[in-house]
Design a protein around this ligand. Structure first.
Ligand SMILES: O=C1O[C@H](COP(=O)(O)O)[C@@H](O)[C@H](O)[C@H]1O
Length: 221
C-alpha cells in the first residue's frame, strides 16, 4: 500500500480533482476510451465539480458508478443525482457516456446483473470513500457481499447505513482497477482510517489495497 497523502482541508478538493485528472490523462495516453467510476457521499462532491473544470478530452471518458442506492435517479439519496449535478451537467456529458446503476428497478438482482454487462474488463480510474464504520462502496462490515469473488456487481440487502438496499461493485472490480483514490475527510472517519491504514481486514475499505488514500488531517490520527 502506498503512503497516504495528508492534505490540508482547504486543498483537499483541489488535490483530489487534480489526482483524478492526472490519472485520466495517463490512461488516455494509451487507450482510445477510458472509464471513470465514482462514489457518492459529501466528501467527493466538490471534487467532481472541480474535475469538470479540467480540460480533458471528455468525449473519450465513460462514467460508471461504484455504488448506488435503490432509489429513483432524481431522489436526494441517489449517487447518480449527486454526480449528475456536480460533474455530468457542468460537462454536458451525453447519456451515451454515462453508465448509471438503475436504482429505480424493483428486480434488484436483475438490475445488478444488467449493470455487470455494461462494465469494462477493467476500470481505469476509481474514486472510493469510507464510512465511519469502515465501509467502502456499499460493502458493509460483516456483510456476506464481502466474500463475493465471482459476481462483479451485487444488489445488497440490509446494509447498516440507510437506505437499506444498495447496488455495489464488488472487491474483485475495485482491486483490479487501474488507479483508485480513497478520499476521506473529517474527524468522524479517524478511527476507521487508523484501522484501515493498519490493515485491519475487518473493515471493508482495508481490502482495496491498491488505493491511494488522500485524507485531511482530521481524518488522520
Ligand atoms: O453511503 C455511502 O457512503 C460512502 C462514504 O460517503 P461520505 O459521505 O461519508 O464520504 C460513499 O463512498 C458511498 O458511495 C455512499 O453510497
Amino acid at each position: 500500500m502506498s503512503q497516504p497523502l495528508i492534505v490540508p482541508s482547504e486543498r483537499l478538493t483541489r488535490e483530489a480533482a487534480d489526482w483524478m485528472a492526472r490519472e485520466l490523462t495517463k490512461a488516455l495516453a494509451t487507450k482510445a476510451r477510458v472509464s471513470l467510476a465514482l462514489s457518492g457521499g459529501n466528501t467527493p462532491k466538490p471534487a467532481y465539480r472541480m474535475l469538470a473544470d479540467h480540460q480533458l478530452p471528455w468525449e473519450r471518458v465513460d462514467v460508471y458508478f461504484v455504488d448506488e442506492r435503490f432509489v429513483p435517479p432524481d431522489h436526494p439519496d441517489s449517487n447518480y443525482l449527486l454526480v449528475k449535478e456536480s460533474l455530468l451537467q457542468p460537462l454536458k456529458l451525453p447519456d451515451t457516456q454515462v453508465f448509471r446503476m438503475q436504482g429505480e428497478r424493483t428486480d434488484r438482482d436483475a438490475a445488478a446483473r444488467d449493470y455487470e454487462k455494461t462494465l469494462p474488463a477493467r476500470l481505469d480510474v476509481v474514486l472510493i470513500g469510507v464510512g465511519e464504520d469502515g465501509h467502502t462502496a456499499s460493502l458493509m462490515p460483516g456483510h456476506p457481499a464481502l466474500q463475493e469473488r465471482t459476481r462483479r456487481v451485487l444488489a445488497v440487502e440490509q446494509s447498516a447505513k440507510p437506505p437499506p438496499w444498495r447496488m455495489t461493485l464488488t472487491f474483485p472490480v475495485l482491486q483490479g482497477a487501474g488507479a483508485v483514490l480513497g478520499l476521506v475527510a473529517g474527524e468522524g472517519k479517524r478511527d476507521a482510517m487508523r484501522r484501515v491504514l493498519a490493515g485491519d481486514m475487518s473493515l471493508p475499505a482495508a481490502h482495496v489495497t491498491n488505493t491511494q488514500w488522500m485524507l485531511d488531517p482530521a481524518a488522520h490520527g
